[in-house]
Design a protein around this ligand. Structure first.
Ligand code: NAD
Length: 493
């Protein structure tokens, strides 16, 4: 069969910038007056424009989602799952070109963008598998001749607000569990990386999905995102992004007591004990720190290593960091890292590293923005002797900067690891089972990786404690976030 031609089937979006239009109620809307420019972080070239939607467009999308929801809920879960599988097939058919969009607008290296797209298709299929596994409960009653049933139902209209770091995968992480359980969706991608989501909408539009089941609106956070989070007819806001935005969204949702599911930032500690396989630890931690240019919520952001192996680990990490290749991933496809997503991120990370250096930190590798290249590049950086209260040890850095700190015991490492406002992920490297058991019992994080770093599995449960979030995603528990319970008392007369 001949393949449909899409606007993204091009070598370079910069040569053919795209004007995207909101997808509401099964139609692409006319482009509004206000548009937001989208550019390539590796070279500043304009790639396209998306609508700068405000409350009026969000109202329209929410109304469409509301109208569509009852019929969508009435379809069987297996029918709804069939739609997810069709979308997955479309994504696979277009995988290479979709990955190329992500490379250009987010700055991800090509191999990782491919992984993201393929994982997205697999995730849609995985969530489709849940169609026949959504279960309720039969509960023993206190009353004679009564049966109690706990059933699960969709929540209604889900407002989904996405970040830029895994922009395509996050579409599926929210859409797939929402749709298979009978909800309808109004989605807003990040204004920094929206083109892949508009390409996704094109693929959905080619299927016979009922109008209003999936709606996509472009826009910024303060206008469009806020309009979704504060909308009285949105039943749940599913958000992935930073802690400050999560706090704003929760405040906006509070006006209507709208449910929130918040997947927020992290400051993952990696603990390396003296009995660890140091080569394995160094490789895993380095990879975790530079993948996606350090812009991953659950990657190692700080290392606590037992003093006796501190120098050996630092030496291995410094070789790996110094050999990390970076540049424009649209031009070279064998790089370890691309650019940071914005020029502001480069300025912020430079400031954090400089501040640590002023307080006595030693810069072992890197430490500076790279002005020899166009775009938002920061050198892969390794720091030691960083004060515990320096910003780079305390707040999410979200860049290729790794501070390493010596500790005298596992107890000290766990105490420092837990001394944070975040609680997303953590890791430990050791060959001692008791150390693993103690760490898993005492670490206050939603996930702990033993002898490896990220990524999380789609059948797990990715959930942050403390300021890293409320609720979670993936697996059975992630699916059930998108459902309400309804208890029915059946009294026999
Ligand atoms: P961000 O908070 O800046 O923006 C995320 C989204 O929120 C964007 O679509 C933005 O337009 C929107 N937004 C901004 N202000 C808003 C407001 N007032 N109301 C409603 N929406 C608003 O986050 P980001 O920079 O895009 O993403 C990076 C962050 O995401 C990091 O902190 C990272 O750790 C986190 N993250 C977490 C996970 C996880 O699973 N826990 C996964 C990926 C990313």
């Amino acid at each position: 069969m001949e393949k449909t031609h899409h606007w993204w089937n091009t070598q370079s979006l910069a040569a053919n910038p795209r004007t995207c239009r909101n997808y509401i109620d099964g139609r692409f809307e006319p482009a509004p007056q206000d548009m937001i420019e989208v550019s390539n972080p590796a070279n500043g070239k304009i790639l396209g424009h998306i609508p700068g939607s405000t409350g009026a467009e969000v109202d329209k999308a929410v109304a469409a989602a509301r109208r569509a929801q009852p019929d969508w809920e009435l379809r069987t879960a297996t029918e709804r799952a069939g739609v997810l599988r069709q979308i997955a097939a479309k994504v696979r058919d277009n995988a290479e070109d979709l990955a190329a969009i992500i490379v250009q607008e987010q700055g991800k290296v090509s191999a990782l963008a491919q992984v993201e797209v393929n994982f997205t298709a697999d995730y849609l299929d995985y969530m489709a598998e849940w169609a026949r596994r959504i279960e309720g409960e039969v509960i023993t009653s206190d009353r004679p001749k009564e049966t109690m049933l706990l059933t699960r139902k969709p929540i209604g209209v889900v407002g989904a607000i996405l970040p830029w770091n895994f922009p395509f995968f996050l579409i599926a992480r929210k859409l797939a569990p929402a749709l298979v359980t009978g909800n309808t969706v109004v989605m807003k991608p990040s204004e920094l990386t929206p083109l892949n989501a508009f390409a996704f909408a094109d693929l959905v539009a080619e299927l016979d999905l009922p109008p209003g089941v999936f709606n996509l609106v472009g826009g910024d956070g303060g206008g469009c995102g806020h309009a979704i989070a504060s909308h009285p007819d949105v039943d749940m806001v599913s958000f992935t992004g930073s802690v400050p935005t999560g706090q704003r969204i929760m405040q906006a949702a509070a006006a209507n007591l709208t449910r929130v599911n918040l997947e927020l930032g992290g400051k993952a500690p990696a603990i390396v004990l003296a009995d660890a396989d140091l080569d394995l630890a160094a490789r895993a931690i380095h990879q975790s720190r530079v993948i996606n240019t350090g812009q991953v919520c659950n990657c190692a952001e700080r290392v606590y290593v037992e003093r006796e192996v501190h120098d050996a680990l630092v030496e291995k990490l410094s070789t790996l960091m110094a050999n990390t290749t970076y540049g424009d991933p649209s031009e070279k496809d064998d790089l370890d890292m691309g650019p940071l997503v914005t020029a502001d991120a480069v300025t912020r990370i430079s400031g954090v590293v400089d501040a640590a250096a002023r307080r006595g930190a030693r810069i072992v590798v890197g430490g500076k923005r790279d002005t020899s290249l166009p775009g938002n590049h920061f050198q892969p950086t390794l720091l030691t002797q960083v004060p515990d209260d320096a910003e780079v040890m305390v707040s999410e850095t979200f860049g290729p900067v790794l501070p390493v700190r010596a500790v005298d015991s596992l107890d000290e490492a766990i105490a420092l690891a837990n001394d944070t406002q975040y609680g997303l992920t953590s890791s430990i490297y050791t060959t001692n089972v008791n150390s693993v058991m103690k760490a898993c019992r005492e670490l206050r994080f939603g996930e702990t990786y033993v002898n490896r770093e990220n990524f999380e599995a789609m059948q797990g449960f990715h959930a942050g404690r403390k300021k890293s979030g409320i609720g979670g995603a993936d697996g059975k528990h992630g699916l059930y976030q998108y459902m309400e319970t309804h208890t029915v008392y059946l009294q026999e007369t």
